[in-house]
Design a protein around this ligand. Structure first.
Ligand SMILES: NC(=O)c1ccc[n+]([C@@H]2O[C@H](COP(=O)([O-])OP(=O)(O)OC[C@H]3O[C@@H](n4cnc5c(N)ncnc54)[C@H](O)[C@@H]3O)[C@@H](O)[C@H]2O)c1
Length: 386
């Protein structure tokens, strides 16, 4: 079996190690912090025990999986790795240093990957002497449970590197999609309006958090409402992703962050983890009741949905990914009830363009500009899937 080395034994590194070891790979996890290595090891034992209790796997399998994973603070153990995946802090300078050191240890044909969520792969890859063997492999949290993995070749990546990385991750029973090295790749780009447009409607006083969440879940079929989801992810993390995407797109107003979320983050109202976010998570707290007005609910859903569709259409227009991969990414990476391009077909391309133009007409903000692809499709009477 091939060998994987994981750099960083935090949330993502530990999850990725579990995925590969479950698929039969030998894994080495490395971290500079020995306490974190111990925590990672203990958490994997706990996960395996739970899987055995739930009868998902037997004890022998659990022991075998754990037996395949070694923990070390010494990167010399990376020797002989077929693949290295880095999952350390999201800091370009630190990542670049780590990559140039690791490249000197591993074999010449070892594929080297980063799990970065927001940094440019071209800029990380430039730290390698041979960047053609470097690629982005972006897992979602929690890695063992989320089926989607985005594979992102940098401009320097050799085709063979991308092909091999995809083949390996597919063999770990993950669903891979290919994305261009652009901010947010597929999921973190296309999902922005789910949060941004909901926050905007709240700021305009159209509805409160509970009502917006109710509309998106009850009428839209989303598993979690945007405010519940932001509280779950953490307002600090979600805000930082939005701000990074906004800056990386050269301040395109479509991705402008919200003051509401910035203030929540600054106040320490981070969500579940701090006990308070948009909602209060104290044991005796009462959850606010939504206004279950169908007409208002539909207005909320339609506005968020058309902005999501516009983002997905524009990602296709700019060849960020294929039609199928964009829809798969959103259903398997963030559990959307339907692919957005499929949804666009169901709502009708005319409806999408008219709704976006109505928003643009009302606000005269660039944020509401309709993707040229949708406009072109409307003229030609086309749909995404026929
Ligand atoms: N958490 C998520 O939801 C998520 C999802 C997808 C991708 N990512 C990306 O994955 C990466 C890791 O995120 P995380 O949430 O697991 O972070 P984390 O803070 O849980 O873990 C990072 C680990 O890296 C270790 N580390 C730091 N410098 C190191 C070095 N030089 N050598 C070895 N280990 C080092 C730290 O000790 C820490 O244990 C980031 O690039 C992040 O953007 C995170």
């Amino acid at each position: 079996m091939p060998k994987l080395s994981v750099i960083g034994a935090g949330t993502m590194g530990t999850g990725i190690a579990q995925v590969a070891a479950t698929a039969g790979w030998d894994v080495v996890i490395n971290d500079t912090n020995n306490e974190i290595l111990e925590k990672s090891s203990a958490s994997l034992v706990k996960v395996m025990n739970r899987l055995v209790e739930k009868e998902k796997i037997d004890q022998e399998t659990a022991d075998k999986i754990l037996g395949r994973i070694d923990f070390t603070d010494d990167q010399q153990y990376f020797e002989n790795s077929d693949l290295v995946i880095e999952a350390i802090v999201e800091n370009i300078e630190i990542k670049r240093k780590v990559f140039s050191a690791v490249e000197k240890i591993v074999r010449e044909d070892t594929i080297i990957a980063s799990n970065t969520s927001s940094l440019s792969l071209a800029s990380i890859g430039a730290s390698l002497e041979n960047p053609s063997r470097f690629v982005g492999i972006h897992f979602f949290n929690p890695a063992p449970l989320m089926p989607l993995v985005e594979i992102i070749p940098a401009v320097q990546t050799a085709e063979e590197t991308t092909r091999q990385a995809k083949e390996w991750v597919d063999s770990w029973k993950k669903l891979t999609v290919l994305a261009k090295d652009t901010p947010g790749f597929i999921v973190n780009r296309v999902a922005r309006p789910f949060y941004g447009e909901s926050l905007r409607m709240y700021e305009e006083g159209i509805a409160d958090f509970a009502t917006i969440d109710w509309a998106m879940k009850e009428l839209g079929g989303f598993r979690m409402g945007p405010f519940e989801l932001m509280d779950f992810i953490g307002n600090d993390i979600n805000y930082t992703v939005t701000e990074t995407v906004f800056q990386s797109f050269f301040y395109d107003p479509r991705y402008r962050p919200s003051f509401t979320q910035k203030r929540m983050s600054e106040a320490g109202f981070l969500g579940r983890k701090s006990g308070r976010g948009y909602y209060d998570y104290a044991e005796d707290a009462t959850k606010p009741e939504p206004i279950k007005d169908e007409k208002l609910g539909k207005e909320i859903l339609d506005r968020v949905l058309v902005m999501l569709i516009n983002e997905a259409a524009d990602a296709l227009f700019l060849n960020i990914a294929s039609r199928e991969d964009i829809d798969t990414a959103m259903t398997k990476g963030v559990n959307y009830p339907k692919g957005l391009l499929k949804w666009a077909d169901e709502k009708g391309i005319d409806w999408c363009v008219e709704r976006l133009d109505a928003l643009y007409e009302e606000y005269h903000e660039d944020r509401y500009r309709c993707s040229p692809l949708l406009r072109r499709m409307k003229t030609k009477k086309q749909s995404f899937y026929s």
